[in-house]
Design a protein around this ligand. Structure first.
Ligand code: FES
Length: 262
């Protein structure tokens, strides 16, 4: 699913995280080098890298938080992973910030400083591993297009009622999908050769976004582990999912497509 914090489709968070990773790694490296060589200028270099690391970590957190709120599917395995990823990055920033303050004290001991930085580095390494899983497995911030998918479409509807206009009749081509968030509920709208369909944007396996999947011949495939569902009945056609997904009544008249939610 495409990042919401991007420049011409390029997600900002993965671009920015290389800076704190490099600066914090350099901090630990130069502090270790300073400790072993007893050469004071290395500590100065480590300090400057540390300040830069803290600043760039805070900057990188902004697009990451935007994507956490608006891109990671709610109630999914990726949301839990993204929460842990964010908390570890906060832990990393706190550890390096404490170390940065501590090193300025007259009684600072190099062993304590290195322990704080090693703890921060460990948080960063685990958070980085999880970030990789979020991108390469959960495809967060990946613009995932298949043949005939067209451009990613998303619409927010915040009006009371049971029946909602979710598309214009000619808006989608056959096998195209669109995400509509109706009063907080995520519904995937698709067009099949027989007409429009609507179903939950939530794979019953681990919560993958089905609007970000591939739909063909009346079947939608989840992008995370490949479960397949009938878009008309919601029945599972192929696992690992075991439970059907909810589908919703759709009608089309006066050039508009309506979905009814009970
Ligand atoms: S989340 Fe695993 S197949 Fe959809």
């Amino acid at each position: 699913m495409q990042s919401k914090a991007n420049i011409k489709g390029h997600p900002l968070h993965p671009i920015l995280i290389v800076f704190p990773v490099a600066f914090f790694t350099g901090t630990l490296f130069f502090d270790c080098w300073g400790a072993f060589s007893d050469h004071a200028p290395y500590f100065d270099t480590a300090y400057h890298l540390q300040v830069l690391g803290i600043f760039t970590a805070l900057v990188a957190a902004v697009p990451g938080f935007i994507d956490y709120l608006r891109v990671v599917p709610p109630e999914s395995s990726a949301k839990k992973r993204a929460t842990s990823h964010g908390l570890l990055n906060i832990g990393m920033t706190i550890m390096f910030s404490i170390a940065c303050i501590y090193r300025q004290s007259l009684n600072a001991h190099i062993t304590v400083l290195l322990l704080l930085e090693t703890a921060g580095f460990a948080c960063m390494a685990i958070a980085g591993w999880m970030g990789g899983t979020l991108v390469y497995r959960n495809q967060i911030a990946v613009h995932n297009l298949y043949a005939e998918a067209g451009k990613w479409k998303e619409e927010l509807i915040d009006t009371p009622g049971k029946s909602f206009v979710v598309a214009a009749s000619g808006e989608l081509k056959v096998n195209q999908l669109k995400l509509v968030i109706i009063n907080g509920k995520r519904i995937a709208i698709g067009k099949t050769a027989e007409g429009y369909v609507a179903f939950d944007d939530h794979c019953s396996h681990k919560g993958g976004s089905l609007a970000d999947g591939a739909m063909i011949c009346g079947t939608v495939q989840c992008p995370w582990h490949g479960s397949q569902f009938s878009v008309t009945t919601g029945a599972v056609k192929a696992g690992p999912a075991k439970e059907a997904i909810p589908v919703y009544p759709v009608s089309e008249h006066d050039g508009k497509v309506y979905v009814t939610l009970e």
